[in-house]
Design a protein around this ligand. Structure first.
Ligand code: MG
Length: 443
């Protein structure tokens, strides 16, 4: 049966309800065109970077303006270690690329912006692209008058369950920190004895006495950390109970075989996950790690390239994919990554540190609300200055993150307030870290 014959079988009232009427094929086609597009075409008129630092991180926000006065979108392009390179990529390259394009065609714009530099998948250009991409999703939500999570299919949960960070230089200090997080309502707490790698336990920086490196370089040896970490878990389990889920971040600071032995030693304490057990350069080791231990593994905050995560997911070598979504190019690739992971039983734990803007945290949370295979989210707390600059920033309650229920990502920027917080002096690099003989350690 062709379409015209099919329509003959439907009453006029039903046709009206479908937005169709019994008119000429040309008129029907015109109405179909209007009905499917729904909204008048809208062009990108400007893409620009806004810099601000209401807390310590050097944030980069991308604002995309459109041919409809007052309608704009916001995206996160924050790369705290190299922010000015991202600003250049946005203002000098993405703005002329995007101007005049249809704001509705997010996928098309993403694909062409991604390859517009020919060379791709690095943190600078991915962050710039993320800013543009998130801003287009924000605009689409505003055009639909819906939160972005609604555009994806609605909620899978009422709010976003989060973990918080506890640390202390000794077991008692850490225990107190965990208990205070539990009192705040968190059911998941990441535990670290001191900073990453418990480097305060390393006391023999021989390289300094020999004048190797700079006096300000950090020091960490594996053995003190490897001995202390299982004891840390034992102490927290025995003093804080079984109800709390415990997480820990190795932060890629030890050798692959040391990571395998450490995870085996932690099995008895039932970690919720161990994060970044290996450096991304050692992805080939995951199959050996997986075959040796059942401790859940979270990986990926340093990933930029799809080839870094595809095999880990399709071979079921990790339990949580933990990318920093601005580092992989924004909301569009993160949504696809979440779907890939769902089919392989891998859950999400998007990176949510202090050097992601509130717009980026909101984007994480909108995805978390929608996807079925959400695992856990890293929590964040904003100071008053941050909330003044970013009205509608996500909030925390009882260990859950909640988004503002506005259209788009529900968040705005007060550009005048943003100018009150220029970038602080910042060396722009991670402090070098060395073994006792001076050998460089991954950060
Ligand atoms: Mg981490």
């Amino acid at each position: 049966m062709n379409r015209r014959n099919a329509l003959k079988g439907i009453g006029l009232g039903a046709l009206g309800a479908l937005g169709l009427s019994k008119t000429s094929p040309d008129a029907s086609a015109a109405r179909y065109e209007t009905a499917t597009r729904g909204l008048k075409p809208l062009k990108i008129t400007k893409v620009r970077a806004i810099t601000t630092s209401p807390m310590s991180a050097r944030l980069v926000i991308v604002k995309v303006e459109t041919s409809e006065p007052g309608l704009y979108g916001l995206g996160c392009a924050t790369y705290n270690q190299r922010p000015l390179t991202v600003v250049t990529a946005v203002n000098e390259y993405l703005d002329p690329f995007a101007k005049g394009r249809d704001v509705d065609d997010i996928e098309d714009i993403w694909q062409h912006a991604y390859t517009s530099s020919y060379w791709r998948n690095g943190p600078v250009l991915n962050n710039a692209l993320s800013g543009l991409d998130m801003a287009l999703w924000d605009i689409k939500g505003k055009r639909a008058n819906m939160p972005v999570y609604q555009l994806l299919g609605g909620r899978s949960r009422f709010a976003v369950d989060c973990y918080s960070h506890a640390s202390g230089r000794d077991f008692k200090e850490l225990e107190d920190s965990v208990k205070s997080k539990m009192e705040e309502g968190y059911r998941h707490v990441r535990i670290q004895l001191g900073g990453y790698g418990s480097s305060h336990l390393s006391t023999e920086p021989h390289y300094r006495k020999e004048g190797f490196g700079l006096a300000s370089d950090g020091h960490m040896d594996s053995l003190p950390y490897l001995k202390a970490t299982p004891r840390m878990f034992e102490h927290i389990r025995s003093t804080c109970g079984e109800a709390v889920e415990l997480l820990h971040d190795i932060h890629e600071r030890i050798q692959p075989i040391e990571a395998i032995n450490l995870l085996k030693a932690l099995e008895a304490y039932r970690p919720f996950f161990i994060e970044d057990p290996l450096a991304p350069e050692q992805n080939g080791y995951f199959k050996y790690l997986r075959s040796q231990t059942s401790v859940p593994i979270a990986m990926g905050e340093l990933f930029n390239n799809p080839h870094e995560w595809m095999g880990l997911i399709s071979d079921r070598l990790i339990d949580f994919i933990r990318v920093h979504i601005t580092q992989i190019g924004g909301f569009t690739p993160a949504r696809k990554l979440a779907t890939l992971a769902e089919w392989f039983g891998v859950r999400t734990a998007w990176h949510g540190p202090g050097d992601l803007s509130p717009v980026g945290h909101a984007a994480n949370a909108h995805l978390d609300l929608n996807i079925h295979n959400f695992g856990i989210q890293e929590s964040v707390h904003f100071n008053d200055a941050m909330r003044e600059v970013f009205p509608g920033a996500p909030t925390m309650k009882n260990g859950y993150m909640q988004v503002a229920e506005g259209p788009g990502f529900g968040i705005d920027i007060d550009e005048k307030a943003a100018t009150k917080h220029p970038y602080p002096e910042h060396p722009g690099f991670w402090r070098p870290l060395r073994r006792r003989d001076g050998t460089a350690v991954r950060p």
